[in-house]
Design a protein around this ligand. Structure first.
Ligand code: SF4
Length: 333
């Protein structure tokens, strides 16, 4: 970097390792890829966060981390540009989380909108997640972000309250210890295309309505074949309503150029659902082919994947240690 080159701003984002990712994640990842050139990016696999709700299901954790790393690299995250790492490899996340847990009023955590909602949702599924760790996970998120002096956090609308809490924690810390070590981040609202599952509900592995980024052409074909269409269309000449059809929602994402032509033909009863699905399958497989190909290469190279995570952890630790040293000094530790 020359003296006149302005320092890039920093962003931080993470994902819980849930195993192979699906098309619902692709838009988020494509946004991360775009941000790589503009920002100094820290992308982490949030294995400690996974424990907040799945503390009793750790058998698959390492495999899930591996599969997520493969997916990230397959879609174009570049470990030479971005810092890609496993959260638990950088212990400073835990130390800053502990510091924040000492100074944050309990009421701030109890009022986080997702807290009560998720307690209830998991409760309905017969799982008690009323743990200390689950209540405190927004503070672990605050630590994840503030550790790297992030200027911005790429989020969807629903996560804005978490960024707001992080800002409040930063302000409180700076005020209590008369320091400016914590940088208040902005929410960087991402334009994420929300894709429903094949049954038009939210896409989720647990609903079996997802399409994996690793899906073979045959698997994509079968998934598209199972998609819900306009029930009024029995034969090709029936007049259709594309706006209520899942296949059409996907055409809007994967076949934007022909979307309007398809809508017109569907309404006029000039295209059959089988042909429409065949066309969508081709478009989707064209998008997924390079991802699947790259995946096959990476799957064979465990050593490379470990190197990426180890190198990322080293680079992340260098930055994290600086923040922790300043925070300790401010707290007189
Ligand atoms: S023709 Fe296409 S858009 Fe119209 S109902 Fe069939 S699958 Fe849906």
């Amino acid at each position: 970097m020359t003296e006149s080159t302005p320092k890039k701003k920093t962003i931080v984002s993470g994902m819980r390792p849930t195993g192979k990712l699906h098309l619902g994640h692709l838009s988020v990842l494509e946004n991360w890829v775009r941000l790589q050139n503009e920002y100094s990016c820290y992308y982490f696999i949030a294995d400690w966060h996974a424990l907040t709700t799945a503390f009793d299901q750790t058998e698959q954790l390492q495999e899930n981390i591996k599969q997520m790393t493969i997916d990230w690299l397959s879609v174009g995250l570049d470990p030479k540009t971005s810092v890609i790492f496993r959260q638990s490899d950088v212990k400073e996340h835990a130390e800053l989380h502990l510091m924040f847990s000492m100074v944050t009023p309990l009421s701030w955590l109890e009022r986080v909108p997702t807290y009560k909602m998720q307690l209830q949702q998991f409760g309905e599924d017969g799982k008690d997640i009323s743990t200390y760790g689950f209540l405190g996970y927004p503070l672990l998120q605050a630590a994840d972000i503030l550790l790297y002096g992030a200027n911005a956090v790429p989020v969807g609308e629903d996560q804005v309250p978490h960024v707001e809490l992080t800002r409040e924690v930063a302000r409180r810390f700076n005020h209590l210890f008369t320091t400016d070590v914590m940088t208040e981040p902005e929410a960087l609202l991402a334009k994420i295309k929300l894709l429903p599952g094949t049954d038009n509900r939210k896409m989720s592995k647990s609903y079996h309505n997802d399409i994996a980024l690793s899906a073979t052409p045959e698997e994509v074909k079968n998934k598209v074949a199972s998609m819900i269409t306009d029930p009024a269309r029995i034969k090709k000449t029936d007049l259709g309503h594309p706006e209520i059809c899942t296949v059409f929602t996907y055409q809007g994402v994967y076949n934007e150029a022909e979307k309007e032509t398809i809508a017109t033909a569907c309404r006029a009863g000039e295209i059959g659902c089988v042909a429409c699905k065949r066309c969508l399958t081709e478009k989707m497989n064209a998008v997924l082919a390079p991802i699947v190909e790259r995946r096959h290469e990476l799957e064979k190279d465990d050593a490379f994947l470990e190197d990426v995570l180890r190198d990322g952890a080293k680079r992340a630790t260098l930055e994290a240690e600086k923040t922790i040293a300043k925070a300790r000094e401010a707290m007189k530790l």
